[in-house]
Design a protein around this ligand. Structure first.
Ligand SMILES: Cc1ncc(COP(=O)(O)O)c(C=O)c1O
Length: 369
């Protein structure tokens, strides 16, 4: 009997995170070496030499604890955005930051408002911190009306988390909408948390970097990761810009040595590689266009995005996902991300994208029989 009571009741309201299939898992299942992984929106391009060197150098110090204050990285992030180092959080990925941030801000009974469909980890992290989640679904398939979001705020709402551009829809809210949202929340004393994991891929001039909202409005936390365009997903490092009072509270809830020294050094080097970032951005955008054109030629219904992934709409998307796995290509099922009837495909290296396209052509012939 005690087994049923030993874990928290509120965890029953949320499922485990369904992560993209790891390459090694499919290798074990299929027994072949070459797998194309397009399911986790990573940067597939090789790292710049300076970052590789920082990683190698970092290995000589692994017998020492890392600097819990991430001094150098924090200073570089602060300089990049023109904020004080005391307004910067360095954490173990966006995921690590969210967990500790929610633990730092949520009192019993408080709510987190989540415009959905969105990155499923917001809900998991909020519930882990004993928050109640209020989800507001996009009305018009993939857009939220700001008024609609605001109408779901209550006196218990602590924060709203928005992903801009959003995963999995790939759409972004424009400057005017973000400003309106931030001001409406500010008037109600609600914190706005903006996850900008894909910001570097945006081309639209109407995009507003959240740090501007932080400067103008104040009650804002902006999170950016080194897992996407900076190419450091395995090292688990991200940062947030937040009011000092939140940074101070965060320092009491996060695991003290959570960001290892190799990650700190690599991220500090990566932040200086502006040319590399520009190049990866342009190559990714060009590949995204090339894949979209090919998909259109195949008669597929696609959704363009402003991130390093695209969406395919298909009634048999889950079946296509399974058949692509058998070809050694891993994409992501929209149904795992609150977007059934879709496949989310990360933009890989040109040869990986070619393999995806040829496999898809092959798979479609059997699906459409
Ligand atoms: C919306 C969003 N935020 C953040 C991340 C990155 O998380 P992390 O920094 O924990 O690697 C992802 C990765 O898929 C994501 O989709």
């Amino acid at each position: 009997m005690w087994l049923k009571k030993v874990v928290r009741e509120d965890l029953k309201s949320v499922g485990k995170y369904r992560y993209g299939k790891p390459i090694e898992e499919l290798q074990r299942e299929l027994g072949f070496e070459k797998i194309v992984k397009l399911c986790s929106n990573e940067n597939p391009w090789p790292l710049p030499d300076s970052v590789k060197e920082a990683i190698i150098k970092g290995t000589s110090k692994v017998h020492r604890y890392p600097d819990p204050g991430s001094y150098l990285l924090r200073k570089r992030v602060a300089a990049k955005w023109g904020v004080s180092p005391q307004e910067v959080i360095i954490g173990a990925g966006t995921e690590g930051i969210l967990h500790s941030l929610f633990h730092a801000i949520i009192n019993p009974g408080e709510e987190i408002l989540l415009p959905t469909p969105t990155y499923p980890l917001y809900k998991l992290a909020a519930i882990a911190a004993s928050a109640k989640c209020v989800e507001v679904n996009a009305k018009d398939e993939d857009y939220w009306a700001i008024e609609d979001l605001i109408s779901h705020c209550s006196e218990n709402t602590k924060a709203l988390v928005i992903c801009n551009p959003n995963n999995p829809t790939g759409k972004m809210l424009k400057r005017s909408e973000m400003l309106k949202l931030a001001l409406e929340l500010e008037n109600r004393g609600i914190l706005l948390i903006v996850d900008e994991a894909y910001a570097e891929y945006v081309e639209d001039a109407a995009y507003l970097a959240g740090v501007e909202l932080f400067r103008q409005v104040g009650r804002v936390v902006v999170i950016r990761t080194f897992s996407k365009i900076y190419g450091l997903a395995a090292l688990r490092v991200a940062y947030a810009i937040a009011p000092k009072v939140i940074v101070d509270a965060y320092d009491k809830t996060h695991p003290v040595f959570e960001v290892n020294s190799i990650a700190q050094k690599a991220a500090a080097a990566a932040l200086m590689e502006e040319e590399y970032i520009k190049e990866v951005r342009l190559k990714t955008i060009a590949e995204r266009k090339r894949i979209l054109d090919s998909l259109m030629e195949l008669g597929m219904q696609t959704v363009n995005t402003c991130a390093n992934f695209l969406l395919i709409k298909h009634a048999k998307s889950d079946l296509i996902y399974d058949l692509l796995l058998k070809e050694g290509v891993i994409v992501r099922k929209g149904s795992d991300l609150g977007l059934p009837g879709h496949l989310r495909v990360s933009i890989g290296l040109p040869e990986e994208n070619d393999k995806f396209l040829t496999s898809l052509k092959k798979v479609l012939t059997s699906v459409e029989l």
